[in-house]
Ligand binder design. Structure first.
Ligand SMILES: *Cc1c(COP(=O)(O)O)cnc(C)c1O
Length: 353
């Protein structure tokens, strides 16, 4: 496949690195590629960032057949540009695609194109501490048809957004709300896929949490409403005595790359790590007996998100005195040090552009 590159005549002014926020500024160019049954994936092109014109009957608008990824390009002090485990994101995108009946793409090809897009937009990668260029690969169903079936045609696109720290409060503990009324996903559904519908399903509980003064929702399993699954759109970890516990991948949990990095790193440090079922009752008991030391979420956007307070029914518990715990802090430091090239990448997680 031959990539075409069309450069934009007008370049946008670059934002101030110190005040970027998350996901509202986009660069000058994007990647687009189309799929139809006759040609497969075809017409890959880097072109000026532009709206996508759509027929109102376009399938994705009605039935949500869409998958996406989120990864980042980081700039080191010496100005080098690098990614953190990017191939895992493209592998997961194809895995999500399979679950949503979307045709797979050539991972090597798309990764190579993304590197070319990043190289073209390198001046958009911010240099201030904890900033990065967020990369959003997305695939949407584009048939103009109101019947319910998998689309025959698709659009693959990649957009880029310079971002600051995910949480405006910085690396500080957040307050989480355990929802008893809503579930995010169930086994046999599409909880394991990074797809638009899972986010749509999470909004109501998210609003409820926000209205009550909480930042994120802690999701319990969809069958028993008992076992802990995820927090917001992050995976979740607990430090209980000397054990690092995270819910096992059971079919309704998104297999996070940060989750895997945390598990790998903790094992390397000889921390006892368990991927297992953990119920909300076990968690409350661990808190009452003084064994629950830390809770934190993991994901690309925030890396590590410590939890300082949790509300379950009418109980409010404070974790680690509402402060960032040593495990969360150590993991955050080491992972971001690898990402920003402040320490050696002994794990082979970094890909240079
Ligand atoms: C993306 C995502 C995560 C985190 O995955 P990372 O690969 O670590 O960014 C966790 N849960 C959900 C529901 C997600 O969509």
């Amino acid at each position: 496949m031959q990539l075409t590159i069309t450069k934009s005549d007008i370049l946008k002014p670059k934002p101030d690195d110190s005040n970027l926020g998350f996901g509202s500024i986009f660069t000058d160019h994007m990647f687009n590629m189309d799929y139809n049954p006759e040609n497969g994936w075809h017409n890959p092109r880097i072109e000026p960032y532009a709206p996508i014109e759509m027929d109102p009957a376009t399938a994705v608008l009605h039935y949500g057949q869409a998958v996406f990824e989120g990864l980042k390009a980081y700039k080191t002090d010496s100005g080098a540009v690098r990614f953190f485990r990017p191939k895992d994101n493209f592998r997961r995108l194809n895995r999500s695609s399979r679950m949503l009946c979307i045709p797979e793409f050539d991972e090597e090809f798309v990764f190579d194109v993304m590197k070319q897009l990043i190289a073209l937009e390198k001046d958009w990668i911010p240099g201030a501490p904890e900033t990065s260029l967020y990369i959003r690969p997305t695939i949407i169903a584009t048939d103009h048809f109101l019947g319910v079936r998998a689309s025959y045609t698709y659009r693959f696109f990649v957009i880029l957004s310079p971002v600051g720290a995910y949480y405006s409060e910085g690396f500080n503990p957040v307050k989480i709300w355990v929802t008893k009324n809503h579930v995010r996903a169930v086994r046999g559904g599409i909880g394991e896929a990074k797809t638009a519908g899972n986010y749509a399903a999470s909004l109501y509980a998210g609003e409820e949490a926000n209205k009550n003064g909480y930042t994120q929702v802690l999701w319990l399993d969809g069958v028993h409403q008992k076992y802990i699954e995820e927090v917001g759109s992050m995976n979740i970890f607990f430090v209980i005595e000397d054990e690092l516990v995270t819910p096992m991948l059971n079919g309704s949990i998104l297999p996070g790359i940060t989750r895997d990095s945390v598990i790998t790193m903790a094992k390397k440090w000889d921390v006892r790590v368990s991927e297992r079922q953990i119920s909300i009752d076990e968690l409350i008991d661990a808190h009452e007996s003084g064994k629950l030391q830390e809770i934190f979420g993991t994901g690309t956007a925030a890396v590590i998100s410590p939890v300082g307070e949790m509300k379950y029914g009418d109980r409010v518990i404070t974790i680690g005195g509402g402060k960032v715990g040593p495990m969360a802090n150590r993991l955050y430091q080491v992972i971001t040090d690898i990402q920003y090239g402040r320490t050696e990448d002994a794990m082979g997680w970094i890909e240079e552009v």
